[in-house]
Design a protein around this ligand. Structure first.
Ligand SMILES: [Zn+2]
Length: 298
């Protein structure tokens, strides 16, 4: 169903000119409850598991290693012990809840809407559905490598909205994540295409503690996506990278964080790929998994 056009907001290109007030203290992330009844719950779907992740095998008898003796029930894989939060951008029902979604929240020392509807392809495939599908594929790939993975939203429904950007950003620290990746797709002029990775600007009191590591994360994620065969965006930066100080999800994060715009949903070629489940799993999720693995195994 087409979204009301007046509600469709391009994710990154439409940035209001913001007056950034003096820096305020960043609240302790421990205060941040991961969601609430009003904001739309953040529902962790990861969690410790005793089961070995798919694709791993138990250590056979004979040459028992110290690791095998100590942690025989722990997940194994290159990402064992690592925690990742994936933030699937937007929510399918945001357009049906304009009052809630437009509510202003603290986005990093300034006020900004709780969330936006996201964009869609010309044929009506919504960004929220693309980001949710890609996030689930990514989650499976990371778990297969041994990571514990949480999503900031665990359903994609026209009945749901949110969570707000501040809740999304704060959630990663509350589960002691090693990295946060926020998954989006852009909606800009139809002759433009490609992906880019957004890292937080250095903002005292907000991102000063994470911007350096986030830069490293952005380079690794860019390398992963490039390695999967995707092209840098031909309308932002030129090198597949962007830096932003006005994104609440990144500003609120207390762990290394990036936001990815995986393509332009208004471009015919990018849109055809994003609508294809094989591309979502085999290219977008695979590239993100490889980039995160680079970062988490440094
Ligand atoms: Zn978006």
């Amino acid at each position: 169903m087409p979204l009301p056009s007046r509600l469709i907001v391009t994710c990154t290109l439409v940035a209001a000119v913001l007056m950034i007030p003096p820096v305020t203290a960043k609240p302790d992330p421990a205060d941040a409850a991961p969601g609430s009844a009003r904001t739309g719950a953040v529902e962790p779907t990861g969690g410790p598991t005793a089961a070995l992740p798919a694709g791993t095998t138990a250590v056979s008898g004979g040459a028992r290693t110290a690791a095998a003796r100590v942690g025989s029930a722990r997940p194994r894989g290159v990402l064992a012990g690592k925690v990742v939060v994936i933030d699937p951008g937007h929510q399918l029902g945001n357009s049906r809840h304009p009052r809630q979604v437009r509510r202003l929240v603290d986005a990093g020392g300034f006020r900004k809407a709780c969330n936006t509807t996201g964009t869609q392809t010309n044929s009506g495939y919504p960004e929220a559905t693309f980001t949710f599908s890609t996030a689930r594929h990514l989650k499976a790939r990371l778990e297969a490598r041994g990571a514990r993975v949480y999503l900031t939203r665990t359903r994609n429904s026209v009945k749901a909205w949110g969570p707000c950007i501040d809740v999304r950003g704060r959630f990663a620290a509350s589960v002691h994540a090693d990295a946060l990746v926020s998954v989006h797709a852009d909606g800009t002029a139809s002759d433009r295409r490609g992906f880019f990775v957004i890292r937080p600007a250095d903002r005292k009191g907000w991102t000063r503690d994470i911007y350096r590591e986030s830069r490293v994360l952005s380079l690794d994620v860019r390398a992963g996506l490039r390695g999967a065969g995707l092209d840098y965006a031909d309308y932002v930066g030129g090198d597949g990278l962007d830096t932003r100080g006005d994104l609440g999800t990144l500003n609120w994060s207390d762990v290394p964080a990036v936001m990815v715009e995986l393509g332009n949903m208004r471009n015919r070629r990018d849109a055809a790929r994003m609508r294809d489940a094989r591309w979502r799993s085999g290219v977008y999720a695979e590239g993100l998994a490889d980039g995160l693995t680079r970062f988490l195994t440094r």
